[in-house]
Design a protein around this ligand. Structure first.
Ligand SMILES: *Cc1c(COP(=O)(O)O)cnc(C)c1O
Length: 392
């Protein structure tokens, strides 16, 4: 009996050798905005690229295959993917979302609440109180994001799928931080998976894109209808680049994680640190759930510097291999200051409630040589430590 083909092979092979016209090994790109009709009322499979495009479909099929879905919709950004899912809710419907969700998702939920009559309940999805409050509220949609940004709190997907089931609600999981390489929420019972493909899926920081994948074919149709209606489907060229990035997801994910574990080891216990957050650490509050529901620990590390903002400035001055930038999941290493960058659109009380204070730095560990990254990180921590020792 033959073994099922492993995901890493399927990622590499997606669309390969599928061109019947010229037998191109790598699938050709279809940039055309429109497709001809055979006769009035007789379109071919495609008519207009906003509603459907062969190159975009190839990426949607590849992502759906890797997540184990019935199909997917490729969107112009991660936020377009979030928007497409949130449009499944109408006036009076309640969305339960994590209080420390992605800043853009938080902003959109707040804005929709004001504009459309969708109601939102933000909860701590790691707490028993959060589960109780969500159950009592009878949501229409349960939004999960795990690991969370930037503290890498791990949410038990099965537990929140349970809350959604009891209420007859949909459960959507933002899987951007791990990608299907390390976590497949549909296998844990979720209805919908959302990605900012800008991050690990494309992996080269040269495309902004998103995707929604669903367990159920009828829901896929509804999501595709809304993406077309709203006009948020992705561009063919972006889909083509993202499919190219996806081919190396297995190799990249391994290299990212290996480097992250190396840096956790190198930084752990450094006197400049008040805390170091990474789910691989046995002391991390989400360690056990992560071990159960993830296939890897991920390559984001969050540092909490003892010296607050002054230490952050010293840390950042003189870095050689980490670029100060938003985003994550590219082959190049980045560092972000969440309080002033990714989470700047949250008001201060909400930010502090989510644990995002001035001393936090989030590292997106790339695939460079680990020794170079280690040297750079340790030197930065030493600069941060000196600041703490100097009188103000
Ligand atoms: C980046 C990100 C988004 C938004 O994606 P864009 O591609 O920037 O629109 C949503 N969720 C998470 C977890 C992200 O990191």
């Amino acid at each position: 009996m033959s073994r099922p083909v492993a995901w890493g092979t399927r990622a590499v092979r997606a669309g390969i050798d599928s061109d019947r016209q010229h037998r191109a090994v790598v699938p050709p790109i279809h940039l055309s905005a429109n497709f001809s009709f055979g006769a009035p009322g007789e379109p071919g499979r495609y008519d207009y690229t906003r509603s459907g495009n062969p190159t975009r479909d190839q990426l949607a099929e590849a992502l759906s295959d890797l997540e184990g879905g019935a199909g997917g919709v490729v969107t112009s950004s991660g936020m377009a993917a979030v928007t497409t899912v949130l449009f499944q809710c109408g006036p009076g419907d309640l969305v339960v979302a994590p209080h420390d969700c992605y800043g853009g998702t938080h902003r959109l939920l707040r804005a929709l609440e004001k504009r459309t009559g969708v109601r939102v309940l933000f909860v701590d999805q790691g707490s028993e109180a959060g589960l109780v409050a969500a159950r009592a509220a009878r949501p229409r949609l349960v939004w999960v994001e795990t690991p969370s940004n930037p503290l890498l709190r791990v949410v038990d997907i099965r537990a929140w799928v349970g809350v959604a089931r009891e209420a007859g609600a949909l459960c959507a999981v933002d899987n951007t931080f791990l990608s299907p390489a390390f976590q497949r929420p549909l296998e844990l019972g979720a209805d919908v998976v959302v990605h900012s493909t800008t991050k690990f899926v494309n992996g080269h920081s040269d495309v902004v894109g998103g995707a929604v994948i669903a367990q159920d074919a009828v829901l896929v149709e509804q999501l595709a209808w809304w993406a077309n209606c709203l006009g948020v489907t992705g561009a063919p060229f972006d889909a083509w680049l993202t499919l190219r990035g996806l081919r190396t997801l297995r190799a990249r994910s391994r290299a990212h994680e290996e480097n992250a574990l190396h840096l956790v080891d190198a930084a752990l216990g450094h006197p400049a640190l008040a805390a170091l957050h990474h789910p691989s650490l046995p002391g991390h509050p989400g360690h056990e759930v992560a071990a159960r529901q993830q296939d890897g620990w991920g390559s984001l590390i969050t540092l909490d510097l003892e010296g607050g903002r002054r230490a952050v400035d010293a840390f950042l001055t003189g870095l050689r291999h980490f670029t100060l930038a938003e985003s994550l999941g590219g082959v190049e290493s980045l560092v972000a200051h969440p309080a002033s960058m990714t989470h700047a659109s949250m008001d201060e009380p909400a930010r502090l409630a989510a644990g995002v204070h001035e001393g936090l730095l989030r590292l997106s560990v790339g695939i460079e040589d680990p020794k170079d990254l280690e040297q750079d990180l340790v030197a930065a921590l030493c600069r941060a430590e000196e600041v703490v020792c100097q009188p103000v």
